[in-house]
Unconditional design. Structure first.
Length: 174
């Protein structure tokens, strides 16, 4: 991928990331508190809290792997066993800024994130389009898991919440 010829294209990619992040935080904000510590059926040592925390911690891992060498600050991970909703929402804001910084780095470097010594897994093409798509898909997967778990655990989320996950125009302006 070459760098977008119009700076507006780069801003649109960052805006798309911010909207996806907002969809994630919208879900976390609207989870019933009693759901947070509940165990995942079939995996009793995993909880809804742990899946939610994983979203932030995975962001931090990618920021460290792809961006730390290039001067991007790595947010602190959260304790997946103890993190509360307010703490996680604050942490997600920091990791969202870190992911946006990664995308900006790639945009500033011709549309591709520069190689880093820490990136040894090499399963992800480093053009900005693939990087953004990977992060959005990862979080969409876990949002879906959480919605399904809420239903399975007897805490079906209201239609306003599940439908709100698809209100990207609204989430983009929040």
């Amino acid at each position: 991928m070459s760098v977008p010829s119009d700076p507006e294209d780069g801003r649109a990619l960052i805006a798309a990331w911010r909207t996806s992040h907002r969809v994630t935080t919208y879900l976390i904000e609207n989870l019933p508190p009693e759901l947070w510590p509940m165990s995942v059926p079939g995996a009793p040592r995993r909880t809804v809290r742990m899946i939610a925390a994983h979203i932030h911690n995975a962001r931090c891992m990618w920021i460290k792997t792809l961006g730390e060498q290039h001067g991007i600050a790595v947010p602190a991970s959260v304790n997946r066993h103890r993190v509360g909703r307010a703490e996680l929402l604050k942490a997600l804001q920091a990791s969202a800024r870190g992911i946006a910084a990664l995308l900006r780095l790639g945009l500033d470097r011709g549309g591709r994130l520069p190689a880093s010594k820490a990136y040894v897994f090499r399963n992800l093409p480093l053009d900005v389009g693939h990087v953004l798509t990977y992060f959005v898909a990862h979080e969409g997967h876990h949002r879906g898991q959480i919605v399904m778990l809420a239903r399975q655990l007897g805490h079906r989320l209201p239609l306003e919440v599940t439908g709100g996950l698809w209100q990207w125009n609204r989430r983009a302006t929040e």
